[in-house]
Design a protein. Structure first.
Length: 166
């Protein structure tokens, strides 16, 4: 009975060890392995909310993998920042838990729209909102993370004052 318990303990230890080895490949330099491409964006017409016209930031992009190494899981965090005379201020952020890569190591086009946006009372049109003196421009900062690595900045994109229709 003692030998049987020892043999099963050894088998369990081997299984756990092999699983640990399989999950611990060489560290991946995410900044070198991944690139944000085909970035475009603007301000999405989010319709009428609580009787007011609403615009929300919208950005579309692809993620390109520049290596044949597996990057599972690859997560993204998009930080939306107000551009101010003294720098940047937090506006909103959006988390993408998993990026899938297709043919050619490129993701499908991804579009992110935040819930946070700007509102205005009618008769001010959405186009007028973009021209308003108090309208603040936004910058999107793309961060990526693979497995348990730290977040790494990949790209920055200043949203143009372009209206994206529904």
């Amino acid at each position: 009975m003692m030998a049987r318990a020892t043999a099963s303990s050894i088998v369990a230890l081997l299984v756990v060890s092999l699983a640990g080895i399989a999950g611990c490949g060489a560290p991946v330099d995410v900044k070198q392995a991944v690139q944000i491409s085909d970035i475009s964006g603007g301000w999405y017409d989010a319709g009428i909310k609580d009787g007011k016209n609403k615009l929300t930031p919208s950005v579309s992009f692809r993620v390109t993998k520049k290596t044949e190494d597996a990057l599972r899981p690859l997560a993204l965090n998009l930080a939306f920042k107000k551009i101010t005379p003294t720098g940047e201020e937090d506006f909103d952020d959006f988390y993408i838990q998993k990026v899938d890569f297709g043919e050619g190591n490129v993701s499908e086009p991804l579009t992110v729209r935040t819930e946070t946006g700007y509102t205005a009372d009618p008769p001010q049109s959405r186009a007028d909102m973009l021209k308003h003196k108090e309208f603040q421009d936004l910058r999107v900062i793309f961060f990526a993370k693979h497995s348990s690595s730290n977040w790494v900045e990949l790209a920055r994109f200043d949203l143009p004052r372009t209206l994206i229709a529904r």
